[in-house]
Ligand binder design. Sequence first.
Ligand SMILES: Nc1ncnc2c1ncn2[C@@H]1O[C@H](COP(=O)(O)OP(=O)(O)OP(=O)(O)O)[C@@H](O)[C@H]1O
Length: 593
Amino acid sequence: MSLSLKKIFDTIKSYKKALIAGNIVAILAALVSVPTPLLIPVLVDEVLLKKSDTLTHWLDTHIMPMDTLGYVLTILLATVFLRFLYTALSILQTKIFMQISKDVTYRIRVQALEHLKRISMKAYETSHSGSISSKLVTDIETIDTFIASTVSRLIISVLSLIGIAGVLFWIHWGLALFIIILNPLVITFTTKLARKVSKLKKEENLAIDLFQSALTETLDLFGQIRASNQEQGFFSQLTNKARNIRERSIAFGWKSDAANRISYLTFLAGYEVFRAASILAVAFSDLSIGMMLAVFGYLWYMVTPVQDILGIQYALHNARAAVARINEIFDMPIEPEFPHKKNPFTDEQVGVKLENVNFGYSEDTQILKDICFEAKPSQRIALIGASGSGKTTLAQLIVGFYPIDSGRLLFNGIDVKEIGLDVVREHVNLVLQSPKLFNDTIRFNITLGREISEDEIWKALEMAQMKSVIEDFEKGLDTVVGRDGIKLSGGQRQRIAIARMIVADPKIAILDESTSALDVHTEANLYEALEPFFEKRTTIMIAHRLSTIRKADYIYVLEKGRIVEEGTHEELLKEEGVYMGYIQQSGACNGVV
Ligand SMILES: Nc1ncnc2c1ncn2[C@@H]1O[C@H](COP(=O)(O)OP(=O)(O)OP(=O)(O)O)[C@@H](O)[C@H]1O
């Protein structure tokens, strides 16, 4: 989907009841406001110049007979009352329309979040979090301003202008025609100015976007930057970007202010021309002085609706730019949505099979080539290979992180295209070598918000060899782990991730060098404790240590994206091929052969 102003208006139209209520209030407000500037000037003709007596006669007969002071006080009271009533109605209609506008922008935010939830990993990897967040905050804010100004101000402004035009025609048609013909010229001139300013707004938002992206990345990698002693370089880049915002904001700030003032000046110039024309109309036609003052009053009264309409043009141009930028989110490709036709994960044990699978992160590089791989239900598989051979990639395909380019991915013989990637991820759990932790409590990092009993969490921690560590923490499970788990050691983070996997109770568990940071002793204890867990499910281990590899029922050796050898430990040893060389090397490295 993509966003457009038309779609926004279609959504607004769906709030029928609120729109009808808001419009009725707007019409009432316009009806109340339009006659107000006429009342006092009428008294000039009737009370001071004694030219006519329409209003005074009406007051004498319908209210009570009164003198000059009575007329002036009564009309003053009526005028003040009407102005109060207009203000009250305006507040009410702003409240009604505000609810619509805030709800519409909330919906846009939710749609963008829904889209983000489904974006493909490839799209995610090339995106910048800061840029996305600036779109979700700044650009949606711009749209909010636009909706609030159009929906709540447009109707009342247009109705007021139509009402004022009607009264002006009634007062003096020639003068009214003159005003009504000249006004569009003012509006056309200011529209052009608004377009120019909107370009500057676009540049300012882009500068904010770039700054936000760089800032998020710098803060995310702050530890690394400090460790490399590169704060100076990174922060001076941020300063440059902040300077860019300053330049753009200055350009937008003063030029938009200038454009606003020039628009207003144009309006004021017109106002003076119309006042001069009114005086000429008194001098050379039948316009009375009282009515001339009324025209002055209406000209002034027109300022707010005219300015509102001009403001809408600015908001419209800014909103167009914001919509285009928000669409960059909606244009991000989403992962394929496979129907939930069958669910092999209802079976007690689930195996996985890759048939002639090919995969590349981009079209021009192929990482996995013609992979045939199988982990039968409850089997324990070891996947080994040199760094960069594609082991993690293969694991990520099984978890459904990336859709495969060709071949088939089957769970208990059912193609993933009939299962759905989300269902796969629910039941297949991958523990990475460097697990990501939230800056939240240990409890949250294990449950990830799921309802899991305290008892289960402690059991998982015990298996993961983390129980005594957490018990030693003053706040226990409620200890906050810091940004990316900084308060924990690498091995502790890995064990938290293992506890996370245990409570998730997956049908297929994949451990991607998930215990690489543990000492041999702790690792041995961990695997022993995990035995009952592994027995109940299919397990795939990406490992370097011979002690782990040996326990596997079947081993695959990956080299440059291809499976070059497979078999049991004994079979592979007999072959005296890549495997033999590999374990001699890794065994020597780890000293555990
Ligand atoms: N997200 C990604 N986007 C693009 N290329 C990637 C991505 N992840 C990995 N690669 C590339 O894919 C290849 C295989 O990487 P992979 O992480 O699967 O290897 P590995 O066997 O798990 O390595 P290691 O043992 O070092 O973890 C590498 O050449 C790597 O550069």
